[in-house]
Write a protein that binds this ligand. Structure first.
Ligand code: NAP
Length: 240
């Protein structure tokens, strides 16, 4: 395997994915981003990819699986389309599940054989603290619970190849996705802030730091876990 460890990050163009790419570059990894728009740095190898386009994404995944220098995969890209269960919309539901869950399984299935061959690797699935339940997020919460569950199953299957698989469950992190669903001045935004013991929303860099840790040698005995990066908001009680 070449000296530079390559890490693939989905959705490296902005938000948590962009911060993750930046952090990994800083730590000396080579970084490949799969996204529709360009990532902020030209040091990131950008592979244009619409993860909602089943045929298009499979073509990109097939090319990627020819690489023999991949060390890490960060399944980060995700979408949320809030919808009450009483107003269930099959198209919205299927779209979220396909992008947040099926594409993650397909990309991982394409990359993992080369990690097995190299007898090392790290897979990090970006889940969400909303796996604990959140009104209007039937599809989103289920899709994020699925990727946390993937990490547990893959940890069992891949431990013997020295491959660690974990999930990160961020709390509210102030990115484009978050602001869209929690606009400034909205009651929901204030409610979320009131629930965070550390008294602030997360920054994309908070999650990027955990991804970088999970890629590091220090994390080589951690697998199958879901790590909450949430300022304590997943604890479920209102702080004093
Ligand atoms: N922000 C939060 O509070 C929070 C909390 C918990 C979990 N998360 C999870 O963290 C992950 C990143 O969230 P974020 O807040 O950073 O989101 P964001 O700011 O909206 O960024 C989403 C990223 O996903 C990519 N993406 C979206 N649709 C895509 C598509 N069809 N094909 C390819 N790439 C696509 C976007 O790239 P392009 O638009 O360039 O394609 C972008 O890089 C998501 O999985 C989200 O569910 C976020």
């Amino acid at each position: 395997m070449p000296d530079k460890k390559m890490v693939i990050v989905t959705g490296g163009s902005r938000g948590i994915g962009a911060a993750t790419c930046e952090k990994l570059l800083f730590q000396g990894y080579g970084v490949i981003s799969l996204s529709r728009t360009e990532p902020p740095s030209t040091d990131i190898l950008h592979l244009p990819c619409d993860l909602t386009d089943t045929d298009g994404r499979r073509a990109v995944f097939e090319n990627l699986c020819k690489r023999d220098d991949v060390f890490g995969l960060v399944n980060n890209a995700g979408i949320a389309t809030p919808n009450l269960i009483a107003e269930f919309d099959h198209q919205l539901y299927a779209g979220v599940m396909d992008m947040n869950t099926t594409s993650v399984a397909e990309l991982s299935a394409a990359i993992i054989p080369s990690l097995i061959k190299n007898k090392q690797g790290r897979v990090v699935n970006i889940s969400s603290e909303l796996i604990l339940g959140f009104a209007t997020r039937t599809a989103y919460s289920a899709s994020k619970a699925a990727v946390a569950s993937f990490a547990r199953t893959w940890a069992l299957e891949l431990g013997k190849y020295n491959i660690c698989c974990n999930a990160i469950a961020p709390g509210p992190v102030e990115t484009e996705l978050f602001v869209k669903n929690n606009p400034p001045g909205s009651a929901i935004r204030q409610q979320k802030l009131d629930k965070i013991p550390l008294g602030r929303f997360g920054r994309a860099e908070d999650v990027a730091g955990m991804v970088a840790f999970l890629m590091s040698d220090e994390a080589s005995f951690i697998t199958g876990q879901t790590l909450y990066v949430c300022g304590g908001s997943s604890l479920g009680s209102v702080p004093v």
